[in-house]
Design a binder for this molecule. Structure first.
Ligand SMILES: Cc1ncc(COP(=O)(O)O)c(C=O)c1O
Length: 394
């Protein structure tokens, strides 16, 4: 009898719609480009994580085609026979890239975080996690059963208080985990200060550089390199799905810690390896990222322009200092109306609502690409200001 399921599903869908929380999957074309096509209409794309524009790069696409000669699929778990030589070479390259002893590649960032956190943490351990960390971190912690201390966003006093509490409880293994650049706010974790606390309380530190990899650091290694504190980070997680323009993720750290994951990490052991095409694409993307200073410079300048314009217009863009720029509106319906008006004006920037962000902080999330045209950015800024006036947000 599916009647009870149907009732529940219909009821929940109706409540989502009534609360302004309806979600839709939009079929688009030219998804890798700064201008994409939706329902036959050209739209300026401010909704992708393709920050350096590499997802459409001909050299990456050519590398994927070449790698396809080795086969279409990953064929088995890496622990069985899916460990293509190219994956091993990529892991050496990544370890070097991050100045770490070893690295391990995962299917994607979600699986990396869920698997890594649940492998390292158990119910006798304590984990300290920024309240705005990505859902995959939260899910990994939940799965681990560890004592979960969620500290207020970027709040070092709160973090320290919780570290003290865990110490008083006698919990010996403590892990601090934080995004370096926050995915929905575009602000940066106070990593130097977190390192100070990590040392003071004898904790380990894992950072998620999903949105900083490729964008920050002299060779695009991420925010830890940019700040010169990468040597003190125990576990460095990064994704290839954002600035690298491909797919997949990795963790870099001490050799033994990586070996431990090979023995214990269920999202590595019980899943098929990445296919050769993706691995080939990632290896080419890594080279382009390492030589990508010009792209990083362009992205930084364009992001700074948009942040300055929106802030000066009186919009609330929080503490964004990166290519991710939220326009925090609070109310879900206003946010939805804002995004629909943007769409009508040829701009795709979707409404981000709870539970993706905390209640009362619904927002438009703009993400800038290095290859956005200046004229398009100027047009977008103008349109955003006009809509904000129309909706009486400014
Ligand atoms: C901070 C952060 N970590 C991890 C992920 C997951 O990465 P992936 O898209 O590769 O699964 C995301 C993606 O949205 C993210 O924003």
């Amino acid at each position: 009898m599916t009647k009870y399921w149907n009732e529940m599903i219909q009821h929940r869908l109706q409540s989502f719609a009534e609360a302004g929380l309806k979600r839709e999957l939009r079929p688009v074309r030219q998804v890798c480009q700064p201008v994409l096509v939706y329902q036959g209409k050209q739209l300026l794309n401010f909704s992708s994580n393709n920050y350096l524009g590499l997802a459409g790069h001909p050299e990456i696409i050519a590398a994927e085609k070449e790698a396809a000669e080795r086969g279409a699929g990953g064929v088995a778990s890496r622990l069985i026979i899916g460990h293509d030589e190219a994956i091993e070479e990529l892991e050496y390259e990544l370890a070097r890239f991050q100045d770490k002893e070893a690295a391990l590649v995962f299917a994607n960032g979600y699986m990396a975080n869920v698997g890594i956190l649940s492998a390292f943490l158990g119910r006798h351990d304590a984990v300290f996690s920024d309240r705005l960390n990505h859902a995959s971190i939260v899910d990994g912690i939940r799965l681990s059963g560890a004592v979960h201390y969620r500290y207020h966003h970027g709040d070092l006093n709160h973090l320290e208080l919780q570290l003290k509490k865990a110490e008083q409880k006698g919990i010996k293994r403590r892990l601090i985990v934080t995004d370096s650049v926050f995915s929905m706010d575009g602000d940066v974790a106070p990593l130097k200060e977190i390192i100070f606390l990590k040392e003071k309380y004898g904790a380990a530190l894992m950072i998620d550089e999903a949105h900083a990899g490729g964008v920050f650091g002299e060779e695009g290694q991420g925010m830890a390199h940019q700040l010169g504190i990468h040597g003190q980070v125990d576990l460095h997680m990064g994704t290839f799905s954002k600035a690298f323009g491909v797919y997949g993720a990795y963790i870099a750290g001490k050799k033994e810690w990586i070996q431990y994951l090979v023995h214990t990490c269920r999202s590595l052991i019980y899943t098929t390896a990445l296919p050769p095409t993706v691995v080939g694409g990632i290896r080419k993307a890594l080279k382009l990222v390492q030589n990508g200073n010009e792209l990083r410079q362009m992205l930084a300048e364009k992001s700074q322009y948009v942040r300055r314009e929106l802030r000066e217009a009186g919009l609330d863009i929080g503490s964004s200092s990166t290519q991710i720029i939220p326009i925090v509106l609070g109310d879900e319906r206003t946010t939805l109306a804002f995004s629909e008006k943007l769409l009508a004006c040829g701009i795709l920037s979707v409404a981000i609502r709870p539970p993706t962000v905390p209640k009362g902080s619904a927002r438009i999330r703009l993400s800038i690409m290095a290859n956005h045209e200046w004229d398009d950015l100027r047009k977008a800024v103008h349109v955003i200001k006009e809509i904000a006036k129309e909706l009486e947000v400014i």
